[in-house]
Design a protein around this ligand. Structure first.
Ligand SMILES: *[C@@H]1O[C@H](CO)[C@@H](O)[C@H](O)[C@H]1NC(C)=O
Ligand SMILES: *[C@@H]1O[C@H](CO)[C@@H](O)[C@H](O)[C@H]1NC(C)=O
Ligand SMILES: *[C@@H]1O[C@H](CO)[C@@H](O)[C@H](O)[C@H]1NC(C)=O
Length: 303
């Protein structure tokens, strides 16, 4: 007898079954967000006398005779099923109706990784590069938001609401960058965030990639370009600072109007001495991408 009634209902659903406000079926709660492997239970209640009340689902179907409520319950949800439907067969019209449960089964990504596409090692200033963020095994992808960061600043975000798969998928996002010397040392990362709504985990579940530290090659540049003048003081030490930014790290060479002990040790950016003579000192900072010179005029102490 029970079996027959369920069959009747199934046939009627194909023709026409009411749902929504006139349905008299109330799901508690109406929306569930459940993590992969977690338990779930939802009750379906009929607001008017019912002949049969039941759940149709690929896992854990159930029904009752004339009962006011029936529960859909799974101890550990691990199947990427269609949303379960609660149906009712009533004594009065509308005789059949159904209510679909808003069920979101989610799974946090196995991994979130970031890398450069078709490139390894330092980048060159002004050239275009692609950074790729890959997210493995995440569901449901429609709720995923992928955010790109440069240091603490969000530079790009991408959602996947156009995709429909309910089961876990792999997705990726590409960030195109044209690095300048300011990007040397910049740390890029991406964050995969599942925004599942108020029924989901709070704060939203987020997995962050490792950090990709950009190394950008550029020729030496002086922070204060041009020539510098320095006055000699009474027995005081004079410091000539030729430090330049550059990647690879610049090497330095000095030209002085006198022989200096300090200059025998090659390669220092700073020349500090208490025995400098007046004159013009020249420093050259160089790396594999170029060289720049800077002149220092050391002036005699005014008498
Ligand atoms: C990466 O290199 C492969 C093989 O050299 C090429 O087929 C592919 O189009 C390249 N991808 C990009 C994004 O440049
Ligand atoms: C994502 O980026 C768009 C611009 O592309 C921006 O308008 C939006 O606020 C960003 N969303 C979030 C959540 O940061
Ligand atoms: C030389 O100049 C650089 C850059 O302006 C600065 O970081 C460094 O501290 C200076 N060194 C000395 C010894 O003054």
């Amino acid at each position: 007898m029970e079996f027959v009634q369920v069959m009747v209902w199934t046939l009627c659903v194909i023709s026409s079954a009411a749902s929504g406000d006139g349905c008299s079926l109330i799901l508690k709660p109406p929306r569930v967000v459940v993590g992969f492997g977690q338990p779930v239970s939802v009750s379906c209640e009929a607001a008017r006398p019912v002949r049969v009340l039941g759940w149709e689902s690929a896992v854990s179907a159930a029904h009752t005779q004339q009962g006011p409520s029936v529960q859909w319950k799974v101890d550990s949800l691990i199947d990427w099923i269609d949303e379960p439907i609660c149906y009712g067969v009533f004594f009065t019209t509308p005789r059949q109706c159904e209510e679909k449960l808003n069920l979101v089964l989610y799974k946090s990504p196995d991994s979130v990784t970031i890398r450069t596409v078709n490139h390894s090692g330092p980048m060159q200033e002004g050239k275009e590069y692609q950074l790729l963020c890959e997210v493995q095994n995440v569901a449901p992808v429609q709720y995923l938001n992928l955010r790109w960061y440069r240091g603490p600043t969000q530079v790009y975000n991408r959602s996947f609401s156009d995709l429909t798969s309910a089961s876990p998928v792999q997705v990726s996002s590409v960030l195109v960058i044209t690095p300048t010397k300011a990007d040397n040392g910049a740390r890029y990362s991406c964050v995969a965030e599942l925004e599942l709504g108020p029924e989901g985990p709070q704060p939203p579940l987020a997995v962050t990639s490792q950090t990709l530290r950009a190394s950008v090659h550029f020729p030496p540049v002086f922070q204060s370009p041009g020539a510098e003048s320095v006055d000699l003081t009474d027995g005081g030490e004079v410091t000539l600072n030729c430090s330049a930014a550059g990647n690879p790290e610049p090497a330095y060479s000095w030209w002085a109007p006198q022989a200096l002990q300090e200059l025998r040790e090659e390669g220092h950016a700073v020349l500090a001495s208490s025995s400098l003579l007046p004159g013009t000192y020249t420093c050259t900072a160089s790396n594999t991408l170029g060289k720049k010179s800077k002149h220092f005029t050391v002036r005699a102490k005014e008498v």
